[in-house]
Design a protein. Structure first.
Length: 481
């Protein structure tokens, strides 16, 4: 029996939906639309569940996002076949090759359904049916990609030119005549008027062995690097860490360029499932629930004589008067105001921020950790105030700071605190004082979240002022707290 294995690519640099999305917290982990539904990754995981006849998924992500991915799996009630950590970014060709090698260890005739973690699909039942049809095509040795019927002359997508119909398959599978780069506006309009052109969804249904054979033929460096990285991999708290040196040898290239545009085995299956790659604020507006004036509003907002806008506030009241087609996103540390028609240019802003060494491109004021999160509330010349939220069972590392002392005030739950050789329970409205250079640890032994206010005082308050030992999450020294 052919096994269909979902492969979820959960990379991302957090640039296209900045400032809500950041490098350390990209869009697949965000719950959009007033908290309704789930995150993009959670929705992706939920499409092809085991009770629908699919195997457990394989996920690939980077080290920084590993605990966020694990938490999404827990929320979805799923166990992964593997969570594979890429030590460096090498694009989709290397990632999918690693996944294919991992899959055929257990299932020699595996069919892979390769999906980005951050796409939206409105009709999930039709999507599942399309995957099953595509799997039948892939079982004959084809490498299938989903094509989306274009509804507008979009310049942000690559296009696929439909070839001849493949005989013997119900539901209309076709050969691929050509892959087309992201076009300019006039070219995109011509594609729509000519017909036979489809958006490249970036979702693939692949015969794993055929794919590996094609990688070996077209660019054996990718296969060699993937094999070496997998052979030298190590298990770590349920994650599979690829061997860095071997993986670095892989070319940094997409699967489209490396394989799909060169192979004779490519096939295209058109689908109509309400697909959106959520690749910009304007595409998010496209799928957002909007009012009678075509506005989407989240948070504390007041819109007057306003049409066609996406307004998101996480901080304070956002009021608009007499504006149209704007993107307004207000977060505690950054505000974006953009013409909706130029939302693709947000990545340029993020690149400029990165060149300027601005922390706003990388991290929110709320920093997520495997034990929970901390959120910066106020910063002064020699002090800093934070909220620490520790999940039930969460346990920070044993640590020490050279340049700061810390005052903790418990506002919810019960804290188990170790300072030097002393251990005690600290309850709501009780305080703890930790002197610089004292070894200490914080833990939540209870069944409800622990929250406390931390006031830091010292000459240096950076997160890198930490010496850690005995970390239950096996984090590297550069991973703070």
């Amino acid at each position: 029996m052919t096994s269909i294995i979902p492969v979820v690519l959960s990379g991302g640099s957090g640039t296209r939906l900045w400032p809500l999305s950041r490098a350390m917290y990209p869009k697949q982990f965000i719950n959009f639309f007033n908290g309704r539904g789930t995150t993009l990754l959670g929705a992706t995981l939920g499409r092809l569940k085991r009770d629908g006849g699919f195997e457990a998924p394989i996920l690939l992500c980077n080290n920084d996002h590993r605990f966020l991915v694990k938490e999404e799996l827990e929320k979805a009630g799923l166990d992964a076949k593997a969570i594979i950590l890429e030590p460096v970014a090498r694009n989709t060709a290397a990632a999918i090759t690693v996944a294919a090698l991992a899959a055929i260890r257990e299932h020699p005739n595996a069919i892979l359904v390769v999906m980005p973690s951050d796409h939206a699909v409105k009709d999930e039942a039709r999507f599942v049916e399309a995957v099953r049809r595509a799997a039948n095509v892939a079982a004959t040795g084809r490498l299938v990609l989903f094509g989306i019927q274009p509804t507008q002359p979009h310049t942000g997508y690559g296009y696929i030119k439909q070839g001849d119909s493949l005989e013997g398959f119900k539901g209309g599978a076709f050969s691929v005549q050509a892959f087309c780069e992201k076009p300019d506006k006039d070219t995109a309009k011509r594609y729509l008027s000519d017909g036979g052109y489809f958006w490249n969804s970036g979702i693939f249904v692949l015969n794993a062995r055929t794919f590996l054979d094609e990688v070996a033929r077209l660019d054996p460096r990718i296969l060699e690097a993937a094999r070496g990285a997998l052979a030298g991999s190590q298990e770590d708290l349920g994650f599979l860490r690829l061997e860095r040196k071997a993986f670095e040898e892989s070319p940094n290239i997409s699967v489209d360029y490396a394989v799909m545009e060169k192979t004779d085995m490519a096939a295209m299956l058109p689908i109509d499932v309400g697909w959106n790659d959520v690749g910009s604020w304007s595409s998010l507006w496209d799928i957002a629930p909007r009012d009678e004036h075509a506005n989407y509003a989240h948070g504390d907002t007041f819109l007057k004589d306003t049409t066609g806008c996406y307004v998101h506030s996480e901080r304070s009241l956002v009021a608009t008067i007499g504006v149209n087609d704007l993107i307004i996103v207000d977060t505690p540390d950054a505000l974006l105001v953009a013409d909706k028609n130029r939302s693709q240019d947000v990545t340029q802003i993020v690149a400029d921020l990165k060149r300027s060494n601005r922390k706003e491109q990388e991290q929110h004021l709320r920093n997520y950790r495997p034990w929970g999160f901390f959120e910066t509330m106020n910063i002064g010349p020699r002090f800093q105030v934070k909220l620490l939220h520790v999940k039930p069972g969460g346990k920070l590392s044993m640590q020490m700071h050279h340049h700061r002392s810390e005052h903790w005030i418990v506002v919810q739950g019960t804290a188990k605190v170790v300072i030097g050789e002393t251990e005690k329970l600290v309850r709501k409205n009780e305080t703890v004082y930790i002197v610089a250079t004292q070894w200490h640890r914080l833990e939540n032994p209870g069944k409800v979240p622990l929250e406390l206010i931390e006031v830091q005082i010292g000459t240096y308050l950076g997160e890198d002022d930490i010496v850690r030992t005995d970390d239950v999450y096996h984090r590297a020294p550069e991973e703070t707290r």
